[in-house]
Design a protein. Structure first.
Length: 225
């Protein structure tokens, strides 16, 4: 195991007992086992909760959660955007490069069920865009991208992509969108999904990278707050 000298006693304890969803001893018991005061452990526990490593409930006590990178990214990104909202553009650029870098690996792992889901999301999105009244297919947009990368088994990639969509919603891009922009984006999405289903991953990658460059145009259209 890698060195964890910079981690708290509680974090080291969690890493040494990696059973997922394990109920952990009470702080008083851990205090004796780790030779750390209850007050110190309580502070360390709050850090672990903020990182999404454990949950604490009155009747069930402390329970470990499966590891996810999202809570750590979420908190840092929320703070960065509170300092300067344009930090979203920087994070969006990171997300664009992550999606491009993992595209071929991700689509190669998709199952037939995943591909059917992607086709269904395309159909639902066009139904919203062509309907009356017109609806913004934001959830379909989010789920389409997350579905493409869902089989990677990489919690760090997933954490970055999930945090991106939370930030996207936080700054209102899910409710303000130019209609012509939406139709163009979903045209690219359809090309991506058709290419995935046909096994032409290079063609899908081309559609992905071309449509990813459109976000800057959307941000230019958004009203200044």
């Amino acid at each position: 195991m890698a060195s964890m000298d910079n981690q708290s006693e509680f974090m080291r304890y969690l890493a040494a007992h990696p059973q997922a969803e394990e109920k952990l001893p009470a702080l008083t018991a851990l205090s004796k086992e780790l030779s750390v005061s209850v007050a110190s452990l309580r502070e360390q526990l709050e850090v672990a909760r903020a990182l999404g490593l454990v949950e604490v409930k009155p009747r069930t006590g402390i329970r470990r959660l499966p590891y996810t990178f999202l809570p750590a990214v979420r908190r840092s990104l929320d703070y960065a955007m509170a300092l300067e909202e344009t930090n979203f553009q920087l994070f969006a650029d990171l997300r664009k490069h992550v999606e491009a870098a993992y595209w071929h690996e991700a689509v190669a792992k998709l199952t037939g069920e995943d591909k059917t889901r992607l086709q269904s999301l395309i159909e639902k999105a066009w139904s919203k865009l062509d309907g009356y009244p017109i609806q913004i297919p934001h959830d379909e947009h989010k789920q389409l991208h997350l579905t493409i990368y869902c089989r990677l088994g990489n919690p760090f990639v997933c954490g970055i992509l999930e945090a991106y969509w939370e930030a996207y919603e936080a700054i209102g891009l899910n409710v303000f969108t130019d209609y012509n922009y939406l139709r163009e984006v979903w045209g690219y999405h359809q090309q991506m999904v058709e290419a995935i289903c046909q096994g032409d991953h290079d063609l899908g990658y081309k559609a992905l990278t071309e449509h990813s460059d459109m976000l800057a145009d959307l941000l230019d259209l958004r009203p200044v707050r």
